[in-house]
Ligand binder design. Structure first.
Ligand code: FES
Ligand code: FE
Length: 446
């Protein structure tokens, strides 16, 4: 793969267009990013009882996530160790065991091989069932969110989330009740490279007032002022962007967590009722974040909008296509009607047929497929907005960009993306721990 080093050079403030099109780059991403990162698998609320399972993906790998009798969660590759058939075809359920429908091998809830038809007669005592369990991946949970990792040398999930947990705790723990996800997920296919929606969610506050202008005017309220990206918007007061060590980042619009919610006695009331407790637990800065609207990506391919409360996984399907899975994120301790109203608003805006979802989808497809052209592809695209107007902050961890409308967290995402593609192993990644933020050169900005 001789061309890749030049394609991934200097990716922070501009990127080769080929990284959105090239099959060799995609193959390297599967190997060095997806097989080595912690990937979102599910939430405890989606499989609450022992025996409950869901089937999902880690990039292109099919996996079964299964709730064990001891309360823990295990995940294993959804492919039979006999002749490779997919073991489980259901999306979810409760099962004592998983039976392969090719020749009938039986795998337990933990993925071990427990029964083989005609074993004594046909294998003559030569089959070592212990060696033929389904292949496991690591599973760890943070505040109810379950992640899997295919690399034994990767740091644990808490270290992988790193300083980003300081932010996540504000909403994943909140006033104490935490969050849950409502499933099953809506599923759709989008003709785009997986990085396009990830970078959009990690920090593209710029498109909000333009791509979604019509929807924002329709919604009214706090967000209508953004429509049309007008110069009279008070940019300094709008919010910030954040990026952290492992590429996770987000942008926040201040005081807009309930902005798209027409019904004011549901989510808006829940936030009003709980914000003081969040302030007591986490301090005034995080209380402000708690009532802001977040667009966020957890590296590499899991994104959510807190406030709108849509939660997405971008499963890659080759360099030019993704499968989008969409859940709704709700407070665990909210009443049923509040949860319902949050889900209705999330579906209306960012469900598969949501008004704002379709605004974004066309751009994501276009930004990928335009690179089909050879002359087009021989060029770079820009993410330099706000370079220098960002730096380490006295309170907020990571690097903080001065405005919600900027590309600080894009640069943070591509910085780590490049680091993962370059690094032969996690030891090499860890060697950069102390210098990870050196691309953000303005140490005195805040
Ligand atoms: Fe599964 Fe043969 S492939 S039992
Ligand atoms: Fe959008």
């Amino acid at each position: 793969m001789p061309r890749i080093p030049t394609l991934v050079d200097n990716v922070e403030a501009n990127q080769s267009r080929e990284i959105f099109w090239d099959k060799d780059v995609y193959d390297l991403e599967l190997e060095r990013i997806f097989a080595r990162s912690w990937l979102f698998l599910g939430h405890e609320s989606l499989l609450p009882k022992p025996g409950d399972f869901i089937t999902t993906y880690m990039a292109e790998d099919k996996v079964i996530l299964s709730h064990q009798q001891d309360g823990s969660f295990r995940a294993f590759i959804n492919s039979c160790t006999h002749r490779g058939n997919q073991i489980c075809h259901a999306d979810s359920g409760n099962a004592k065991a998983f039976v392969c429908n090719y020749h009938g091998w039986v795998f337990g809830q933990d993925g071990s091989l427990v029964d083989v038809p005609l074993e004594t007669r046909c294998y003559h005592g030569q089959l070592d069932k212990e060696q033929l369990g389904a292949k496991h991946v690591r599973v760890e949970t943070y505040k109810g969110f379950i992640f899997g990792c295919g690399d034994a040398d990767a740091p644990g999930l808490e270290e992988y989330l790193g300083e980003f947990r300081w932010y996540l705790d504000t909403i994943w723990e909140g006033a104490g009740g935490g969050l849950e996800l409502l499933g099953p997920p809506m599923k759709s296919i989008l003709a785009c490279n997986w990085k396009v929606p990830t970078e959009n969610f990690v920090g593209d506050g710029y498109h909000v007032g333009w791509t979604h202008a019509g929807a924002l005017l329709g919604i009214g309220g706090e967000l209508a002022g953004l429509a049309g990206n007008r110069a009279d918007i008070p940019f300094e007061d709008l919010g910030y962007q954040f990026t952290t060590r492992h590429g996770h980042g987000f942008g926040v619009i201040n005081n807009a967590a309930a902005a798209i919610h027409v019904k004011r006695d549901g989510w808006a009331k829940y936030l009003a009722d709980t914000r003081a407790e969040v302030g007591r637990k986490f301090g005034p800065e995080r209380e402000e974040l708690y009532v802001g609207h977040w667009n966020c990506s957890i590296f590499p391919s899991c994104s959510f909008l807190y406030g709108t409360n849509t939660f997405k996984v971008w499963h890659p399907r080759g360099p030019h296509e993704i499968e989008v899975w969409t859940y709704t994120m709700v407070p665990r301790d909210a009443d049923a009607e509040t949860k319902n109203s949050i889900q209705r608003e999330a579906s209306r805006s960012f469900g598969t047929a949501g008004t704002l979802e379709s605004d974004d989808g066309e751009n994501m497809s276009s930004a990928t497929h335009v690179n089909r052209g050879t002359i087009t592809r021989d060029g770079r695209i820009d993410s330099s907005m706000g370079v220098g107007f960002e730096g380490p902050h006295p309170i907020f961890p990571g690097i903080v960009g001065s405005s919600f409308i900027g590309e600080t967290s894009h640069r943070g995402f591509y910085r780590f993306w490049k680091e993962m593609l370059d690094a032969p192993d996690w030891k090499t990644v860890k060697a950069n721990d102390d210098t990870w933020d050196s691309i953000f050169t303005n140490r005195d900005y805040w």
